[in-house]
Ligand binder design. Structure first.
Ligand code: ADP
Length: 570
C-alpha cells in the first residue's frame, strides 16, 4: 500500500478539501432526524406555526447542504481517483517497457496485461470508494451511535445488543468471502489463458481436428469458474439479507419498546421516529463497511501486484559512449555462456568474430539456442560468462539506444502492428520515402503497390496479409535505413525459393557494408555466408565456411545430404 500513499501524496490538499465537504455533508444528514424529533415532540404540541415553518426550513437547508457537500466531495473523489490511477497506469506502462527480459519472463505477458487493466481498475475503484463512503460510513456509524446514546440510552441498549451480531457477519465476510473471490479470480485468469491460447491457435486446432478436445478443456474450466462463482455468491448472498433481517428485528424491538416508553411518558413519539431513522442509518453504515472491506481486500491484492511490477528490475544503460576501436572485429562473441533459468546453460562457450559486412549463418534444430544468441547480441539478456563486443567495446558498456539503433531485426514470430504499411515499415524512425521504397524493393515486397501502397491498412498482427507477405513487410522494416547490423531470424521461411534467392541477391549487392546474421532452417539461405555456425543443444558443433563444414562437420554433412541431396559436395 506504500506506493499508493506515494501516488496519493500530490492530491493531499484536494482530498482534504473533499473530505471536509464530505464530513460536513454527512453531519448535515445526521442532523435531520434530530431536527424532526425536536419538531414533533417540542414544537408541534405548542401549535406555534411560524416555528414549525422555521424548523421545516432548517431541515430543507440541512438537506441542501448535505446534497451540495456530498456531490462536491464525490466529484473530488472521482477526480483524485482518476488522476492518481492515470499516473499509476502511465508509470506502470513506462516501467514495463524498461523491464529486463528476465523480469518479463518472470511476470509473463498475460499477467502484465491484467496488472495494467484489472488491477489498476480495482485500485481506481478503491481510491474513489475510500474517499466517498470510506469517510461517510464510519461518521454515520459513530455519529449515529453517539446521537442515539444521548437521546435515549435504554433504546440504544437494543442497538448495542445487535452490534456483536453485525460484527460477526463482517468478520465472516472478510474471512470467507475474500479467499473465495481470489479463487474465482484465479479461475478467471485460467479461463482467459485458455481462450487466448485457443484464439491464437485456432487454425492449428481446426486443422488437427482438436476442436472437440479443446471444447472439453474449455468446458472444464468454465464449469469450475461457475462453481467458484456459485460458492462465492452463495456465501455473499447471506450477507445482505441477514443484515436486513437484523435491521428489521431491531426496528420491531425499537417500536415495541419505544411504544411502551411513550405510553409510560418516558419519551415522545418524535424521539422514536428519530431513533428509527438513526437505527437505519447505523445499520446501513455497517452494511457499507462490509462492502468496503471486500473491496479493500481485492484492491490490496491488486495494489501488491502493481507494486511488484513497479519494483521490477530495469535494463541498465551506461550514459557515456566509449571510443570504438576501428581495427577490432565488428562483432565478436568471446566464450559466451548463458542460461535462462540459471541452471543448465542454454548456450555454451560460443566464440566467433565477424568483420564489417561479413555474413554469419546459424544453423541447427529448434531449441538449439540460435535465437538466444540474437537476444544476447541485442542485450535483451546479459551473458553469464564471456563477453560480446562490437568494435572492441563490450556491449554492456554501450548506451542501450546506441546499441539497438545499430540493428535491423526480423525476429522469429515477429508481428505487424495495426496501422498502415508505411507506419509499419518506418516504425517511428526518420526514414525517407526513398529509403522506404528501396527497402520494399530489396525485401521483394512489390506486392505492396498492388495492395494500395504505403497507405494500405494493416490490421492487428497483420492478419489481412499472407504469411509470406507479412514476412516481406517485416524484412522491409529491418532493411529500411540500411542498418549497420542486420539480423534475420527465420525471416525467409515463408518465402518461395525464387523469392528467397532474389532476396539473397539483393542483400549481397545493396547491403555489402551491413554485417548480417541469418538464422535459417534451409541450408540454401545460409550456404553462401562467410561463416556458418552449427548449433545443437546450446553447444557449437561446427564453425566455418560451407566448404570447410562439409568436410569436417558430421551434423552439417547430414543436413546437407538431407536438403541438397547428391549436390552437397558441389
Ligand atoms: P532456437 O532459436 O535454436 O530454436 P532458442 O534460442 O529459442 O532456440 O532456445 C534455446 C533454449 O532456450 C530452448 O531450450 C528454450 O526452451 C530455452 N528458452 C528460450 N527462451 C526462453 C525463455 N524466455 N525462458 C526460458 N527458457 C527459454
Amino acid at each position: 500500500m506504500q506506493f499508493l500513499v506515494r501516488y496519493l501524496k500530490p492530491y493531499v490538499r484536494r482530498m482534504t478539501g473533499g473530505m471536509i465537504c464530505k464530513f460536513l455533508g454527512t453531519i448535515m444528514d445526521l442532523l435531520i432526524p434530530a431536527l424532526l424529533a425536536y419538531m414533533l415532540d417540542g414544537i408541534v404540541p405548542t401549535r406555534n406555526a411560524p416555528r414549525i415553518y422555521l424548523y421545516g426550513a432548517l431541515m430543507v437547508l440541512c438537506s441542501i447542504l448535505a446534497w451540495v457537500g456530498n456531490v462536491f466531495a464525490n466529484r473530488v473523489a472521482a477526480g483524485v481517483a482518476r488522476d492518481c490511477t492515470r499516473q499509476i497506469r502511465h508509470d506502470l506502462f513506462g516501467k514495463i517497457t524498461r523491464l529486463t527480459a528476465e523480469e518479463m519472463d518472470r511476470f509473463t505477458i498475460p499477467s502484465l496485461i491484467s496488472r495494467m487493466t484489472t488491477d489498476t481498475y480495482n485500485v481506481y475503484r478503491m481510491t474513489g470508494m475510500m474517499q466517498r463512503i470510506g469517510i461517510r460510513a464510519p461518521i454515520l456509524l459513530v455519529g449515529g451511535i453517539i446521537v442515539t446514546m444521548t437521546r435515549d440510552a435504554a433504546l440504544s441498549g437494543l442497538l448495542v445488543a445487535l452490534l456483536p451480531f453485525m460484527a460477526l457477519i463482517v468478520w465472516f465476510i472478510s474471512r470467507k468471502g475474500v479467499p473465495l473471490y481470489s479463487e474465482q479470480q484465479k479461475n478467471v485468469d485460467h479461463l482467459t489463458r485458455i481462450v487466448r491460447e485457443n484464439l491464437t491457435g485456432i487454425r492449428i486446432i481446426k486443422a488437427l481436428s482438436k476442436t472437440v478436445d479443446e471444447k472439453r478443456r474449455f468446458g472444464q474450466i468454465n464449469e469450475s469458474l461457475a462453481a467458484s462463482e456459485t460458492k462465492a455468491a452463495s456465501v455473499m448472498a447471506v450477507n445482505g439479507p441477514t443484515m436486513q433481517f437484523l435491521l428489521n428485528m431491531g426496528l420491531v424491538l425499537v417500536v415495541v419498546v419505544g411504544a411502551r416508553r411513550v405510553s409510560l411518558g418516558l419519551t415522545g413519539p418524535g424521539n422514536i421516529i428519530a431513533f428509527i431513522s438513526y437505527f437505519t442509518i447505523i445499520l446501513n453504515a455497517m452494511l457499507t463497511i462490509t462492502r468496503i472491506l471486500t473491496m479493500y481486500s481485492k484492491a490490496l491484492a491488486s495494489a501488491r501486484r502493481i507494486d511488484e511490477v513497479l519494483d521490477g528490475k530495469e535494463e541498465t544503460s551506461p550514459a557515456a559512449l566509449p571510443d570504438a576501436d576501428e581495427n577490432a572485429p565488428h562483432i565478436a562473441f568471446d566464450h559466451v555462456t548463458f542460461s535462462y533459468g540459471k541452471k543448465s546453460p542454454d548456450v555454451q562457450d560460443i566464440s566467433f568474430s565477424l568483420k564489417r559486412g561479413q555474413r554469419l549463418g546459424i544453423l541447427g534444430p529448434t531449441g538449439a539456442g540460435k535465437s538466444t544468441l540474437i537476444k544476447l547480441l541485442l542485450r535483451l539478456y546479459d551473458p553469464d560468462e564471456g563477453s560480446i563486443r562490437i568494435r572492441g567495446t563490450d556491449i554492456r558498456a554501450l548506451p542501450l539506444d546506441t546499441l539497438r539503433k545499430k540493428f535491423g531485426v526480423v525476429f522469429q514470430n515477429d508481428a505487424l502492428f495495426r496501422g498502415n504499411i508505411g507506419e509499419n515499415i518506418k516504425l517511428g524512425r526518420e526514414i525517407s520515402l526513398e529509403e522506404v521504397n528501396q527497402a520494399i524493393a530489396d525485401a521483394q515486397a512489390a506486392f505492396i503497390a498492388e495492395k494500395g501502397g504505403l497507405e494500405a491498412e494493416v490490421v492487428s498482427r497483420g492478419q489481412n496479409f499472407s504469411g509470406g507477405q507479412q514476412q516481406r513487410m517485416l524484412l522491409a522494416r529491418a532493411l529500411a535505413g540500411t542498418p549497420e547490423i542486420l539480423i534475420l531470424d527465420d525471416a525467409s521461411s515463408a518465402l518461395d525459393f525464387k523469392t528467397e534467392a532474389a532476396l539473397r541477391a539483393a542483400l549481397r549487392t545493396g547491403y555489402a557494408d551491413t554485417t548480417t546474421v541469418i538464422i535459417a532452417q534451409r541450408l540454401s539461405a545460409i550456404m553462401q555466408c562467410d561463416l556458418i555456425l552449427v548449433m545443437e543443444d546450446g553447444v557449437p558443433k561446427g564453425l566455418g565456411t560451407h566448404d570447410e563444414l562439409i568436410r569436417s562437420c558430421p551434423i552439417y554433412q547430414e543436413i546437407a545430404q538431407l536438403q541438397l541431396g547428391g549436390d552437397a559436395d558441389e
